[in-house]
Design a binder for this molecule. Structure first.
Ligand code: DOR
Ligand code: ZN
Length: 350
């Protein structure tokens, strides 16, 4: 990593996005360029309809993504398997051995968008988890309980107590990524856990607290799951991301939804942050006086955890303002990006 003396620019190894929703069809073709412009690789979420739960489905989805890449793009999608109650461990093993699957995703059933086919009880996927532990296949976790009796702002912390802590204790060899963490409890859990447990952190959870959803009225574009929490949690996430700990790395959770699906009586969860993801993250590291730790978070910690090589090549960000548009078009859909209408103080050089 090289930094200009006045820190007017920062050059780092090409980064990866360890958690993204690319969707499919025309919208995928429309949003893909944003991710491919910023990142060399991305872990692609499998919560399509129907979900990506077989090696064949993941191969077909990967081919669809490759075919939609802009000319000259150097981007590798890393595919994941959507775990269901009935998942066959042999399917996971086959797909991982062939290199089609990089990881598998645990959605508790009905926890979030596209999770209707998710797991109703982790006990149901015990054989799959044992196979994953044996072969070193990472488990990616959406960490929220779905018990309606649990307050929505407590669902992540309760998930740690009820599900994740017992799982990590009982399966000490299982690689676990606690995805898009949102609480001080999650930061503490991951910090205290052994090296086989890591976490991704999104830009929005570093920038906004739960007040953003209610600033002068209801703000659907600040709504994602897990939902943003109190300020004390945002501060804990910023400290973790900029700490230099190898356990925390970049995962945008960019989740595009058309404006009409967000601005509705029952609006979808998801924030579309792909277009200015690096600009959004680096602002946090700059504000925290931690620019020297940005490369580890964005480009080094993720590959080390996944056991993949670090990318070759570099990217440069410079301290130059960029205005985020109010809306973007993708596959005929209008989508409001994260930071819409704001000016960010860093720009990615192209
Ligand atoms: O806000 C979210 N949106 N959280 C998720 O877990 C899923 C995602 C989506 O697919 O829209
Ligand atoms: Zn996600």
């Amino acid at each position: 990593m090289t930094t200009a003396p006045n820190r007017s620019s920062l050059t780092i190894t090409r980064p990866d996005d360890w958690h993204v929703h690319l969707r499919d069809g025309a919208v995928m073709a429309g949003v893909l360029g944003h991710t491919a412009r910023q990142f060399a690789r991305a872990i692609v979420m499998p919560n399509l309809s129907p979900p990506i739960s077989s090696e064949a489905a993941a191969e077909a989805y990967r081919a669809q993504i490759m075919a939609a890449l802009p000319d000259g793009a150097d981007f590798t999608p890393l595919m994941t398997c959507y775990l269901t109650d009935g998942i066959n461990p042999a399917e996971l093993e086959r797909g991982f051995a062939s290199g089609v699957f990089t990881a598998a995703k645990l959605y508790p059933a009905h926890a979030t968008t596209g999770s209707a086919h998710g797991v109703t009880d982790v006990a149901n996927i015990r054989p799959a988890l044992e196979a994953m532990e044996r072969i070193g296949m990472p488990l990616l976790v959406h960490g929220e309980v779905t018990d309606p009796a649990v307050d929505i702002f407590d669902r992540e912390a309760v998930f740690i107590d009820r599900v994740l802590a017992p799982l990590v204790r009982d399966m000490p060899g299982l690689k676990v990524v606690f995805e898009h963490i949102t609480t001080a409890q999650a930061v503490q859990f991951v910090t205290d856990a052994p090296a086989n447990v890591a976490a991704t952190i999104t830009p929005q959870h570093l920038h906004i607290n739960r007040n953003a959803m209610f600033a002068g009225g209801i703000r659907p574009h600040a709504y994602c799951l897990p939902v943003a929490k109190r300020e004390e949690h945002r501060l804990a996430l910023r400290a973790a991301a900029t700490s230099g700990s190898a356990k925390f790395f970049l995962g945008t959770d960019s989740a595009p939804h058309a404006v009409a699906a967000k601005e509705a009586a029952c609006g979808c969860a998801g924030i579309f942050n792909a277009p200015y993801a690096l600009e959004s993250y680096i602002t946090v590291f700059d504000d925290e006086d931690a620019l020297d730790r940005f490369e580890a978070f964005a480009s080094l910690n993720g590959p080390a955890f996944y056991g993949l090589p670090v990318n070759s090549g570099t990217i440069t960000l410079e301290r130059r303002p960029v205005i985020v548009p109010d809306q973007l078009e993708a596959g005929g859909a209008l989508i409001v990006p994260f930071h819409a209408g704001e000016t960010l103080s860093w720009s990615l050089c192209t």
